[in-house]
Design a protein around this ligand. Structure first.
Ligand code: PEP
Ligand code: MG
Length: 748
């Protein structure tokens, strides 16, 4: 344990604490602080610069520079030595400041006479708040102890800034969390939402950064670390065998929890006057700062683990946790670093929107958010540090933008946008019970995609004619072990009940690739999207597939049953899967169970190979459903989850439309019912073009049924077809410009 010296920083912190305890306005406090630091460290100058906006620092208090410069002197990030500290988040310690790269002379401050300069960043958990500087006339290098002391003081300043200790006049002294912030992210589920922030894991607030008695703090830290080690060991014991990823994370936790270096650094911080929680947070801040600069993804992950562990330790030390007593707003926008699918399902439809700092478009959470039709933005920068519980939030799931504490002008524009959408929804409600009948008299069946029991009420409210795609993987994804046959049978039966006679197309388990079951042994595959997934897993490990088929047969209990297999890539795969269904039907009959009144066995067409499959495929499949999301990614060789490429190729590209048209023709030749159930079916312009080339059944998110039906009812497919054909003949890459032009001329 480090010696508990009466070091410079402890004395400094002691005086700082007394000052902070005194009443006073923000400016007064800052002035007193600069005075104390300069006096205690024996420097001629001490200045505090805080951010007034993300690019500009403002001198907010000084001892030693000209007082008139306060709130006048401003620096851009990167400008001068102060700006460089802000930019790099690293201290600068020099005995000859004017010779230092980037030095900028600021006459208004009278600083030319100061040779030595020590600047340290004021930052909290990786969020930069400002720069703390000391300067002296004599050209000396500050000692390590002095650098350390100033860093510790900067940490306390950051903590106090966060707590609002320095609120005063001017931009730089407005309360940190009262400024509007706009964060950019990636859309994982479209839609717009307005509400108030609800932090999944509220941040721990360190209210006492400075402590009286290092011995007590050491004891608190030791006790907390012991508790943490026990928790990590318990988590390791409880982790399922074979889940290498989880085990790896937990092993890393254990390594950190037992790391002497980590503990020693925190003990040193305590010896210098910090409280136990402030010491933990100081280490956490350092890890976060490193996290932002480390390019190696493995190391970044480990720093991440350290960050998680620090959070756990802070919770143990402060007793603060998920249950902070805060009341959940009536219109919650969930804010989290990341969230698992199970946790998200627990929140269910109570959420208006979700914003994740990390996450991924194809993550399980995104799948659940999509199923719940809740707008979701992922990769939203520093959202968990920027947002506080209850902050007003606007989620623009069209542009991928999150507005925190928006200005009134932004909020009112947003309200207008939402009102327009609400009006459109009303218009759609008026045609809910009308068929999707085009002006030329063609009837298109519109069904909905679902994946949860909770989706079923949308059958009624959206006017869907049935469920064109029921994704069955969610029930598997959100559990910790394979669901039992009886559980599945009950659930599927409830889905069929809720559909009240409308057709429900169950898709058998589509796992692998992005959808990895928590209890499934993870295989390292060079390219999982092209790997062991969906029907390939089903056929290689038929146990689960057969169990699912049995559950479906039992759920139908004498009623019609419709099922289809995902990701069929060649005829024999479909044939073998079909044999399994026929085999299970025989077996169930032998067991004396009631068989479905009628069984339809279909295939999803998601790989280009099936567009060219033998005619027998089209004859033997009772129906075919085009999985456009996958078909498109394989057709264009563009990963549907890769932001760099996923929007590059238009669905209305002539090549893709021609492929679809060919599938339509082959189905017409064999009389095979065909539908399209990828996301594109829910986009009105795309849906119109699909109908124009001959598709007569489209399955989509329930919210899309209104807009698509509205578009179809106003359109003449023969005209649309002529526009598409002319565009194709003209050599256009995509028919979209021509179709959009035609729609505009039509008055839309
Ligand atoms: C598809 O690929 O278009 C599809 C509907 O299936 P999923 O999105 O579940 O892969
Ligand atoms: Mg698919």
């Amino acid at each position: 344990m480090p010696e508990q010296t009466d070091s410079a920083s402890r004395r400094l912190l002691g005086r700082l604490r007394d000052t902070l305890a005194e009443p006073g306005a923000g400016q007064e406090r800052l002035d007193r602080i600069t005075h104390i630091i300069a006096e205690q460290m024996g420097t001629d100058v001490c200045s505090i610069y805080l951010f007034r906006d993300p690019d500009t620092l403002e001198l907010c208090a000084t001892e030693g520079l000209k007082p008139e410069a306060v709130h006048q002197t401003r620096l851009r990030v990167g400008e001068g030595l102060v700006g460089r500290v802000a930019k790099t988040a690293r201290p600068i310690n020099t005995g000859n400041a004017p010779q230092e790269r980037g030095f900028r002379y600021m006459p208004e401050t009278g600083e030319e006479v100061f040779s030595s300069f020590l600047g340290v960043p004021v930052q909290r958990l990786g969020v930069r708040l400002g720069v703390l500087v000391v300067q002296s006339k004599e050209g000396r290098q500050y000692s390590d102890d002095e650098v350390y002391a100033l860093e510790v003081v900067a940490m306390v300043l950051a903590e106090m800034t966060e707590l609002g200790a320095f609120i005063g006049e001017g931009e730089a002294l407005t309360a940190l969390h009262s400024r509007p912030a706009m964060l950019r992210g990636t859309v994982a589920q479209e839609g717009v939402a307005m509400g108030h922030a609800w932090l999944h894991e509220p941040r721990v607030v360190v209210t006492q950064p400075i402590a009286d008695d290092p011995a007590t703090e050491m004891a608190r830290l030791n006790e907390a670390v012991d508790k943490l080690r026990i928790t990590v060991d318990e988590m390791l014991n409880a982790a399922p065998d074979g889940d290498n990823e989880q085990l790896q994370v937990l092993e890393a936790y254990r390594m950190f929890a037992n790391s002497r270096g980590w503990k020693r650094r925190m003990e040193e911080d305590i010896a210098r006057g910090l409280s136990a929680e402030a010491a933990v947070e100081k280490e956490q801040s350092a890890a976060r700062a490193r996290m932002q600069t480390v390019p190696d993804p493995y190391l970044r992950e480990r720093l991440h683990d350290l960050d998680d562990l620090s959070n756990r330790l802070l919770r143990i030390l402060t007793g603060q946790g998920e249950r902070t007593g805060a009341e959940r707003p009536a219109d919650p926008i969930l804010i989290a670093r990341n969230i698992g699918p199970g946790e998200l399902l627990d929140y269910g439809r109570s959420l208006r929107g979700i914003v994740l700092e990390e996450g991924a478009v194809g993550s399980h959470a995104a799948i659940v958010a999509r199923a719940l039709a809740i707008p979701l933005i992922v990769h939203a920068g520093r959202v968990t540090t920027e947002a506080l519980n209850g902050d007003p939030v606007l989620v623009d799931g069209e542009q991928g933008i999150v507005h925190l504490r928006p200005e009134e002008t932004v909020a009112s524009a947003f309200r207008d946008k939402m009102a327009m959408q609400a009006k459109a929804v009303k218009r759609y409600a008026a045609i809910r019970n009308e068929p999707a009948l085009t002006l030329c008299g063609t009837r298109v069946a519109l069904t909905m995609n679902a994946g949860l029991m909770a989706d079923l009420p949308s059958l009624e409210s959206s006017g869907a004619e049935g469920v064109g795609l029921f994704r069955t993987e969610l029930q598997f994804l959100v559990r910790t072990k394979v669901p039992r046959r009886s559980e599945l049978a009950q659930l599927y039966a409830r889905v069929i009940d809720a559909a009240q006679g409308k057709r429900v197309v169950f898709r058998t388990l589509d796992i692998g690739s992005d959808k990895v079951l928590p209890y499934m042994k993870r295989r390292e595959e060079p390219n999982p999207a092209l790997g062991w997934r969906a029907i390939r897993v089903g056929l290689d490990r038929p146990g689960v597939m057969r169990m699912q088929i049995q559950a479906l047969i039992r759920a139908a209990n004498g009623r019609p049953l419709t099922l289809m297999f995902p990701f069929v890539a060649q005829l024999d795969e479909f044939r073998t899967a079909r044999e399994h269904v026929l085999g299970e039907l025989e077996r169930e009959e032998r067991l004396g169970r009631v068989l479905p009144e009628k069984v339809e066995i279909g295939a999803m067409l998601e790989t280009p190979s099936m567009a060219f499959a033998p005619r027998q495929f089209y004859e033997e499949a009772d129906f075919i459903s085009i999985g456009g999301n996958d078909l498109k990614q394989f057709f264009f060789a563009a990963d549907r989850e890769n932001e760099h490429v996923r929007r590059r190729y238009d669905t209305l590209n002539v090549s893709f439309l021609t492929l679809l048209e060919q599938i339509v023709k082959r189905c017409e030749d064999t009389g095979t019912p065909l539908s399209f159930c990828g996301e594109d079916a829910g986009r009105p312009v795309e849906a119109l073009c699909f109908a124009a080339i001959g598709l007569r059944a489209l399955s989509m998110r329930p919210a899309s049924i209104g807009p698509v039906k509205n578009m179809l009812r106003k359109s003449d497919l023969t005209e649309a077809r002529a526009v598409i054909d002319a565009a194709r003949a003209s050599g256009a890459q995509s028919v979209r410009p021509a179709v959009m032009d035609w729609l505009r001329r039509r008055g839309e």
